[in-house]
Design a protein around this ligand. Structure first.
Ligand SMILES: Cc1ncc(COP(=O)(O)O)c(C=O)c1O
Length: 429
């Protein structure tokens, strides 16, 4: 009742004084004759041309992330995350905040987190940087958006791996860029001399640690050649190192960014895979010469905040909890990968070929019979509880000739792999 009175008072329908509450005097409604004819409802502008060019059939994540089906790619083993430790660190971070820290934050992110990220990248990834070059963002998608706004104009050309990451394609289209899909070979993105001459890029987006979606790892030779080519073309490389912490076989290759002094590289990383996607914290490392202007721009476009989350994450890194969690997940993912690879081999035999299983949380399964349609099979599979992402839907331009599935194994227990692979094989057969 009190709430009803309060609302009536706040909207001016009743007025209160010492004597009580009375109905407020109302302005009489205009006589019917004076009422103007209702105007035509305005026609709302639809999506812009740039937005209409975004592709929807391969959602970056949200629709896939609701746990529907085995093999959803891009989602870590959420059930294994040390939630109680994280909760404790969040509580501690909130307790330590004074009211002044509730204001807009530093445009680059919390200094403690920038320091912790710079230390982590130097030690783990061979990235050459200090904290002044690190910009904390809301994740890779946000970093990409910032990079494209900062370093390209509408109509500029970006090279994307083909097949490639839908998030990078969406960001490029939203920025009004010309997209050139560059094919892959066993060593990663493989531009031909004619590509450099006829379609020179302003920006080059790559996933060298674990190509998305095919999983190949860019060789050292190809990394050096790409750096040299980019330098000669005056292009910037955007290195998305999203899966680098989970290398299962062979020695880890350090980041492209650290391979040459003053490399023309914008290095992007995310905590979506090593922590959890809902955290929405990632980072961008800019070349020292570009960092100050980028930070100023980011401050205008994306004011920072969420100090407590960032401080808790800095402590998670500093205390060694992060390294511990990643080590545990690496072991778990390797086990799951081994179980999946063996089960696929057992049930599919030579009907399909495995690619890109040496790192990350997913592998690519290429169908050997070109008459099969991966998209049609993926649609059938969803009725059986399998979330197969068809490789053909990751084409950036034309048909790069990848027919098969992207299988995310991080969330699937090893003991389920045999049954799931058998189901998959039955479908293919
Ligand atoms: C290639 C690639 N980069 C980055 C990400 C993570 O992006 P974000 O930090 O926006 O969650 C993903 C997620 O699947 C990915 O596949």
């Amino acid at each position: 009742v009190l709430y009803a009175y309060e609302q009536l008072a706040s909207e001016g329908f009743v007025a209160s004084d010492r004597r009580g509450t009375v109905v407020a005097p109302m302005t009489p409604a205009p006589a019917a004759a004076q009422v103007e004819p209702a105007p035509q409802p305005p026609v709302l502008r639809g999506l812009s041309r740039r937005a209409s060019k975004l592709r929807w059939e391969n959602p970056v994540l949200p629709e896939l992330a609701d746990g529907a089906g085995a093999f959803v790619p891009g989602v870590p083993a959420l059930a294994e995350f040390p939630l109680s430790t994280w909760r404790r660190m969040l509580e501690r971070a909130w307790r330590g905040l004074d009211p002044a820290r509730l204001n807009y934050g530093d445009p680059g992110g919390e200094p403690a987190l920038r320091e912790a990220v710079a230390d982590h990248l130097r030690a783990w990834r061979g990235v050459v940087c200090d904290a002044s070059q690190v910009l904390i963002t809301d994740g890779t998608q946000h970093s990409l958006d910032l990079c494209l706004r900062a370093y390209s104009d509408s109509g500029d050309r970006i090279w994307l791996e083909n097949p490639g990451y839908g998030g990078a394609l969406a960001a490029s289209r939203a920025a009004g860029l010309k997209v050139s899909g560059i094919g892959l070979d066993a060593q990663g993105m493989a531009p031909r001399p004619a590509d450099w001459r006829r379609r020179p890029p302003s920006l080059i987006y790559v996933t060298p640690s674990h190509q998305y979606p095919t999983g190949c790892v860019m060789s050292l030779g190809r990394r050096l050649a790409l750096l040299a080519g980019a330098r000669a073309a005056g292009a910037l490389i955007i290195e998305d190192d999203y899966d680098s912490e989970f290398r299962h076989d062979g020695a880890p290759l350090s980041a492209l960014q650290g391979l040459a002094a003053d490399a023309p590289v914008l290095y992007l990383g995310t905590f979506s895979k090593t922590m959890f996607p809902g955290l929405r914290i990632g980072f961008l490392v800019a070349p020292a010469a570009l960092a100050p202007a980028l930070l100023r721009m980011a401050g205008h476009l994306a004011p920072r905040g969420r100090s407590a989350d960032q401080l808790a994450l800095a402590e998670f890194l500093r205390s060694g909890q992060f390294a511990r969690h990643v080590r545990r997940m690496r072991r778990l993912y390797r086990q799951r990968r081994d179980a999946l690879a063996a089960a696929l081999q057992r049930h599919l035999g030579d009907a399909a070929t495995l690619h890109g299983a040496s790192a990350g949380m997913h592998l690519a399964l290429r169908l050997n019979d070109a008459r099969l349609s991966d998209a049609a099979l993926a649609a059938q599979a969803s009725a059986h509880g399998l979330a197969l992402s068809a490789l053909s839907t990751h084409a950036v331009q034309g048909d790069p000739g990848w027919n098969g599935f992207l299988l995310g194994y991080a969330q699937v227990p090893a003991e389920r792999m045999d049954g799931l692979a058998r189901q998959l094989a039955a479908l293919v057969r």
